[in-house]
Design a protein around this ligand. Structure first.
Ligand SMILES: C[S@@+](CC[C@H](N)C(=O)[O-])C[C@H]1O[C@@H](n2cnc3c(N)ncnc32)[C@H](O)[C@@H]1O
Length: 331
């Protein structure tokens, strides 16, 4: 089908597995490039077994978006037709090793989840700069995956845990947790409309591509709401592990957040990029005299060590200088 200048063309890529789910997406001028790079990253070897060669990325870069979209649709139609027939063909298709690794493991490893999240991000958010318009409490920033993986390896969450990201932005932390850990549920609460809406879109692409690769994930919910609202209190109470990238929250919001965290169950573990309670020497002396009281009822903060593995990585999107995270447990 010829592509118009301003196009939005729904496409269904057939599954290569007998009862597999297809991947549905929309080809627009924004999704042509991420779709091409995705095919190059994951499908070059697979389609070669079907005698299909993907056009090089440089070629597609030199084409107009409209021509590139036409080329993409041509390749995808060919792939879909061959994939559709593959399970029924008499000569069985012998998959390359990468194919087996990607399709046959039920859960995502680090490379898989980051590849699929990056893909969903590029498909849903053509211009990430729009996210960086806010200041103060609305400052947008993303924790980088190597640091997140490190934090999760320390937390060792199980099926009795419920994870909550308070201020979840576009929700990638929630999706990562749902795809790689054994938590019962993962929630994200985001107040700002733009990241929340882009997050819903990203989740849609992520769920679709996870299904295509037959990857299992845990229940995940992204909620567009302020975490200070009464309506989300049951979720805060249900959570056993809370993640808050609160480094840029101002004093007023930090205070309100601390009051909200009083609704947590005892034993809830809270990971933050700014200490929840900076205990001064006077406070420490008072603690000793009077015993601990109310909100300050958190066990001593544990700073995540900058382990060799994550130490050299850029850890959050807004600074290359690194950013410590702290773990506190509600008493
Ligand atoms: C630094 S971003 C963190 C995004 C994501 N959690 C991460 O670490 O990659 C902080 C987010 O908190 C959100 N936020 C600030 N106040 C909030 C509130 N009262 N309720 C929900 N979200 C809030 C901001 O809009 C922003 O998207």
């Amino acid at each position: 089908m010829p592509v118009k200048d301003d196009f939005a063309h729904p496409f269904e890529l057939a599954s290569i597995k007998p009862r597999g789910k297809p991947f549905n997406f929309i080809i627009t001028k924004h999704t042509v490039r991420p779709m091409f790079s995705f095919l190059h990253t994951l499908f070059t070897d697979v389609v070669a077994r079907f005698g299909i060669t993907l056009p090089s990325l440089e070629i597609t870069d030199n084409l107009t978006k409209k021509d590139a979209a036409e080329k993409l649709m041509g390749v995808l139609s060919m792939m879909s037709a061959r994939f559709h027939d593959a399970p029924h063909a008499r000569t069985s298709f012998s998959p390359p090793p990468m194919f087996r690794e990607w399709w046959n493991n039920a859960r995502c490893n680090f490379d898989m989840v980051t590849t699929l999240l990056d893909f969903a991000y590029c498909m849903a958010i053509p211009n990430p700069r729009v996210l960086n318009k806010g200041r103060g409490n609305a400052t947008y920033g993303e924790i980088q995956y190597p640091l997140l993986a490190h934090i999760l390896s320390v937390l060792k969450m199980s099926s009795s845990d419920v994870f909550l990201d308070m201020g979840s932005g576009i929700g990638q932390v929630v999706l990562y947790v749902a795809a790689t850990t054994d938590v019962r549920k993962a929630y994200g609460i985001e107040k700002d409309k733009l990241p929340a809406t882009l997050g819903f879109k990203q989740k849609e692409y992520f769920d679709g591509i996870m299904e295509y690769f037959e990857k299992q994930q845990k229940e995940a919910h992204l909620i567009h709401e302020s975490f200070l609202e009464v309506i989300v209190e049951p979720i805060i109470y249900e959570a056993t592990v809370i993640f808050i990238n609160n480094r840029k929250f101002n004093a007023e919001l930090s205070l309100a957040l601390n009051q909200t965290l009083m609704k947590c169950k005892s034993g809830t573990r809270i990971v933050t990029s700014k200490k929840l309670v900076e205990r001064t020497e006077t406070m420490k002396k008072r603690d000793k005299k009077q015993g601990e009281i109310t909100l300050d009822d958190v066990s001593e903060c544990v700073e995540f060590p900058k382990s060799g593995k994550v130490g050299e990585e850029k850890m959050v999107s807004w600074t290359a200088n690194g950013c410590a995270f702290y773990l506190t447990t509600m008493k």
